[in-house]
Design a binder for this molecule. Structure first.
Ligand code: UDX
Length: 451
């Protein structure tokens, strides 16, 4: 008993304050809190989350004096924003941890940081606090980052002009091909690869946590376990265990009442996450295709997601009012769990992908950038629970995809497979499952190696 009391039990979490990143980090915090750890969350001065202490009453929140508001990712692009954020936050984060150590009498077992908040490592190293990296994306995405981090930019660009090289399967990682490495939509290649190097080559973290599970990504996980030579803990999907959610936008729950009036598995739910933008032309094609499919649809159109237009174009509002329901932000997990939902048209962010599988909902994939394209590849070709809309969005292909998913045998088979995966995921977080065990192993690691 005495030994236990001496153990350092506080964990500092460093989330990236974007919805798709902060959500799984807070869920991880909850899971560790239930295992007896005290949780401190470090958020930037300009990136406070107003409702956070309300949703997570036992957590302590501390402020890092950083100078980059998260909204800058919209103007700078994600890569440039991340470089700037990491550069400008390192020193103040060090001060923040030094102060915390004084206040807590050195009682910090470990810093767990979002892989993209790699500035955390310098403070951890200097102040001799162990650090663990948390990947909020897939294991396959982490594999790709490792591969990309070792590439020579000029050579890679030349190699990728060769169609044979593009179609080459990455060793032991079928069906991942070199052309699938998630570089598109990330801006110029060099700064993006520099970030991969920061995350992979310069990493000093002593372990890695990934929000995935072995039944989804066993090949990639084996690859990482061999390559990284430090413990890897695949303990997801974290949202299954979570009791609180941290939504940065207000959820419109009226859509649940709307869903209550619809037939089972008849509705297509459409959401492109918290970052993606759509052109008005694409929006119109989507609206036409959805209306032509004659299926009811629930559509999330985030404020600001259509550049240059604050309001939804009138023709779209008019067109969709009969069959569709539009909200600015939905309670996504409740929507996916609703019996009326028959399919999810998604941008394939990793959280949305996991959330859809956990509810056994088949998908239409419309990825926007590299990592999402990777997830779409797995949804379509590995798990075979969805189809990808290729090329420009056009009303005819939208109509066909929706009808196929909701009404055809092919869609029914995808749903069957999604339901099969749902059971496997639930089993993996249940007692004795692989993610359940990985969480216990992580706790053991934090108690023995970080104390
Ligand atoms: C980003 C990247 O795009 C994604 O690929 C990466 O894995 C994480 O960071 P985002 O684009 O927002 O995230 O997508 P996603 O990972 O799917 O996360 C979105 C989250 O917002 C999900 O947890 C989803 O449930 C939630 N959401 C989305 C809502 O709660 N309501 C909505 O209306 C839409």
């Amino acid at each position: 008993m005495e030994k236990r009391a001496e153990k350092r039990r506080r964990i500092v979490l460093v989330p990236l304050p974007l919805q798709g990143h902060i959500t799984p980090m807070m869920q991880l915090g909850q899971a560790l809190n239930l295992k007896g750890f005290s949780i401190t969350v470090a958020l930037g001065e300009l990136n406070q989350v107003s409702s956070s202490s309300q949703h997570f009453p036992g957590f302590q929140f501390v402020t890092i004096l950083e100078t980059v508001p998260v909204s800058q990712h919209e103007t700078l692009g994600l890569v440039e924003f991340l470089v700037k954020l990491n550069k400008t936050t390192e020193a103040s984060f060090k001060n923040c941890i030094a102060q915390l150590l004084l206040q807590q009498g050195n009682d910090i077992a470990c810093i767990i940081y979002d892989e993209l908040m790699y500035f955390s490592e310098a403070a951890a190293k200097e102040l001799k606090v162990p650090s663990v990296m948390f990947c909020t994306g897939s294991a396959t995405n982490q594999v790709c980052s490792c591969i990309l981090s070792k590439l020579n930019v000029e050579k890679f660009l030349i190699d990728m002009e060769d169609p044979e090289m593009q179609d080459k399967v990455v060793e032991n990682l079928h069906p991942l091909k070199y052309k699938n490495l998630p570089t598109s939509g990330m801006g110029p290649l060099k700064p993006f690869l520099d970030i991969c190097r920061e995350v992979c080559n310069k990493r000093t973290a002593s372990a890695v946590i990934i929000n995935t599970t072995s039944c989804l990504e066993s090949l990639s996980l084996s690859w990482l376990q061999q390559e990284l030579e430090i413990p890897v803990y695949p303990l997801g999907p974290l949202h299954i265990r979570a009791s609180a959610n941290l939504s940065l936008l207000e959820e419109d729950r009226t859509c649940i009442e709307w869903l209550n009036k619809k037939k089972p598995r008849s509705v297509i739910y459409i959401s492109f996450g918290s970052i993606a933008h759509m052109e008005t032309k694409e929006l119109l094609e989507m609206a036409c295709g959805l209306c032509d499919s004659n299926q009811p649809f629930l559509w999330v159109i985030r404020p600001g997601s259509i550049p240059g237009s604050e309001l939804l174009p009138e023709e779209v509002s008019k067109m969709v009012s009969e069959r569709g329901y539009i909200v600015k932000w939905a309670p996504q997990n409740d929507v996916l769990a609703h019996p009326a939902v028959g399919g999810f048209w998604s941008h394939c962010g990793w959280n949305s992908t996991l959330e859809s599988i956990v509810e056994g909902v088949p998908m239409i994939c419309r990825p926007f950038n590299g990592e999402q394209k990777l997830n779409a590849l797995y949804i379509q070709s590995v798990w075979r629970i969805g189809i990808q809309l290729e090329g420009e969005v056009e009303r005819g292909s939208v109509e066909r995809a929706v009808k196929m998913l909701i009404m055809d045998d092919e869609g029914a088979c995808m749903r069957e497979r999604a339901l099969g995966l749902k059971e496997k995921l639930k089993a993996s977080v249940g007692i004795g499952g692989s993610s359940y065990n990985a969480l216990d192993e992580l706790v053991n690691y934090l108690e023995t190696e970080c104390s």
